[in-house]
Write a protein that binds this ligand. Sequence first.
Ligand code: KIV
Length: 537
Amino acid sequence: MSIESPADRIIIFDTTLRDGEQSPGATLNVQEKLAIAHQLALLGVDVIEAGFAVASPGDFQAVKSIAEQVGKPDGPIICSLARAMRQDIQAAAEALKPAAHPRIHTMISTSDIHLKYQLNKSRSEVLAIAASMIAYAKSFVDDVEFSPMDASRTEPEFLYQVLEIAIANGATTINIPDTVGYCTPKEMGNLIQGIRANVPNIDQVILSVHTQNDLGLATANALAAIEHGVRQVECTINGIGERAGNAALEEIVMALQVRKPFFNPFFGRAADAEAPLTNIKTQEIYKTSALVSQLTGMLIQPNKAIVGANAFAHESGIHQDGIIKHRQTYEIMEAASIGLPENRIVLGKHSGRNAFRTRLKELGFELNEADLNKAFNRFKEVADKKKEMSDWDLEAIVRDQTQIQVESGFQIEHIQVICGDCTCPTATITIVTPDGKILTDATVGTGPVDAVYQVINRLVQIPNQLMEFSVQSVTAGIDALGTVTVRVGHEERIFSGQASDTDIVVAAAYAYMNALNRLYRYLEIQRPPADSVLMPT
Ligand code: KIV
């Protein structure tokens, strides 16, 4: 990928795998990060911030694997975050080596409050560190991004000074973070205007913003920055991220598409110019959003702009009447523009493998033989219970069957649950353990899901705390598939699992097992090998 004439369009810098993964409980393993990175490349993002290489061996491996497998010559720029410290920059450079287009993103705080309470450094010390660490990053890669953390609360004159020095030492992108989500759109516009007017070498770099959503203004701030000449925005899928999250990629991209005549003049174009303002393939938005939600376990609120379940639903009679008469009375964009499948009935229990494969292809799923077989078998099982299978059902099945399972986990063999208003909810479950043992147990609970979870806990014996349990219906109708999402806590970490079934108690069991398997895998990785010997010191 090359960013030929950046002034002509917006560079989409996706930080789902770095800032997004900082959402409490959104921990992803390397395979999951890779799956998201591949999808981000299909979506057409320009830059993937793949992680923070120095943070942990898992982060390092994720950045490296993404650099190897997604960072191809015609692929996106792959980036790693690095504090302005030698060991961070070395780790980022090492992990990024396989990428065709590597970028090191280095940062240091610049606001007085951060300098005093967090860094305990003077302004001149920060200036010297920024200069030397940018130059150090530049000794590894040509493409260096610099972020003055908490820029929006930094004294402007000092900010201008830092930026001038950063550019003089080799930064190619200058990113302005509203780290605590404090700015209003007007203030953001003024901040960018001030930087452009007072940093003499600013025209040598691409100007970027990173807007947090603490006051719900992240997207508005990013768009205000664009109006004032910013040409890169940092954003995440579904707006996930630290605290209240980041600007949502899908909101920025669709705002720039739907309101192109409004934004075109800020790019020096005629209002009716047709060329898109980003390189994003908007038809991939829905699929990317669903994948991120599934793998992070972060559900999307129904009224979330663009990708929420209700974003294209019209409930009120007046609106429905208008839509029937002329869609544009109440609809500013088409569901198809983000790749949202229409709820068309396509397949049933007599449908064959070929029809199944063909429809999946039409929906954008290219499965390998093994995944196709798993998905087809599951499709037949569900189609036996559910007469009509919609695109939504097919998607839920594919996601369930192809979700990244841990290689060595517990498998559920059978579940039997008895419940009702005059009986004690009782669950009997048989599982296969990672070393092949078949175990069965039964217990009663306050309800069927409680009974199931108690039995699973007795069988699996991994301490955990159930933190979140939710059920969403995939389609309307009494025979709908239900998707259960659970999040379980273990010490400081949170693991999520998801599963769909026409029986929500069964879905609940599989979702819980999926989450526990991720926890199990994590504990396995932490555990020293059995034959390791502690050397006396
Ligand atoms: O919020 C922030 O300031 C950041 C920077 C590293 C860009 O995440």
